[in-house]
Design a protein around this ligand. Structure first.
Ligand code: NAI
Length: 285
């Protein structure tokens, strides 16, 4: 018995890295998997290629699983609709969507062009919005159960030098996840985010990865896949609106925190001077 027996899953950007590890594990656990990947370069440039998605499908089939390749772009409305339609046409339904596709175009703010900002936000945030909306239209009709998993990042939740575009997109995905989790609750659909750290094409040249001698093993994408599987399975039917961080063997939740509310001393409301004087109190220190 697999944890995903009888389930149909779409995983975007599943031709490599974390998405590939998710796809292999999902298939092993009995899911029929649509392996989506555009097959472009790490920065979203260059020609698309069907090879990454096809190779993962071949790997799944060779181990006795069932998978179908799709090469559409998550960031185009027609592409997103076609990704979800592939699952419904091929397998009759969709139960699980993992929004994983992503690119990077890092530069500090003053060196960042409009195009660098627009493309990164388009692939991550608009891509997640388009695929999630297409999947939720189907899941609402079925009104049985459904799983949406999005991919945010420590960069989006905490900030990261040189990634204003990526951080903005990933913080947007956090807001999208929270809101859609509320809206889809009545249709028995859970919506949760992962915040992974893994050694992949996106991250292998980062100083943090280079400084860690065994990063390739310690932070292998295979460490993330069990968390994706958990959120996609019936084991997590009561969990929604959460952000699960996975960093090698370490796992924790991210939560937006709020300090205790503070009132002004006089009747006339806050003044800028009083805010300065009581900053330690307001900031919870
Ligand atoms: P990866 O580069 O190994 O895989 C991403 C895949 O997405 C690639 O195969 C690429 O062809 C595909 N893709 C890119 N644009 C696409 C599009 N428009 N439509 C369809 N497919 C597209 O990267 P990795 O590291 O596996 O990243 C997966 C997700 O995890 C991304 O959303 C990334 O931002 C996120 N993430 C990764 C972290 C890490 O440490 N590796 C840290 C935080 C977040």
């Amino acid at each position: 018995m697999g944890l995903l027996d009888g389930k149909v899953a779409v995983i975007t950007g599943a031709g490599a890295g974390i998405g590939r590890a998710d796809a292999l594990l999902f298939a092993k656990e009995g899911a029929k998997v649509v392996v989506n990947d555009l097959g472009g370069a790490r920065d979203g440039s260059g020609d698309a290629s069907s090879r990454p998605a096809e190779e993962v499908v071949e790997e799944i089939k060779a181990s006795g699983g069932d998978a179908t390749a799709n090469f559409d772009n998550v960031a185009e409305a027609e592409g997103a609709a076609s990704i979800i339609k592939t699952a419904i046409d091929r397998y009759g339904k969709l139960d699980i969507l993992v929004n994983n596709a992503g690119i990077l175009r890092d530069k500090t703010l003053l060196k960042m062009t409009d195009d660098m900002f627009d493309l990164v936000v388009k692939v991550h945030l608009r891509g997640t919005f388009l695929c999630t909306r297409a999947a939720c239209a189907h899941l609402r009709e079925r009104n049985e159960s459904g799983r949406i998993i999005t991919t945010t990042s420590v960069a989006g939740l905490m900030g990261n030098f040189g990634q204003a575009n990526y951080s903005a997109a990933k913080a947007g995905i956090y807001g999208l996840t929270r809101t859609v989790s509320m809206e889809m609750k009545k249709y028995k659909v859970t919506v949760n985010a992962l915040a992974p750290i893994a050694h992949t094409r996106l991250t292998s040249d980062l100083p943090m990865m280079q400084a860690m001698p065994n990063a390739k093993d310690l932070l292998a994408p295979e460490h993330i896949a069990p968390a994706t599987l958990f959120l996609a399975s019936d084991l997590a039917a009561d969990i929604t609106g959460q952000v699960l961080a996975v960093e090698g063997p370490r796992m924790y939740l991210f939560r937006m925190s709020q300090t205790d509310p503070v009132m002004p001393k006089g009747d006339g409301g806050w003044t800028a001077q009083e805010i300065r004087e009581r900053w330690a109190e307001i900031s919870g220190k």
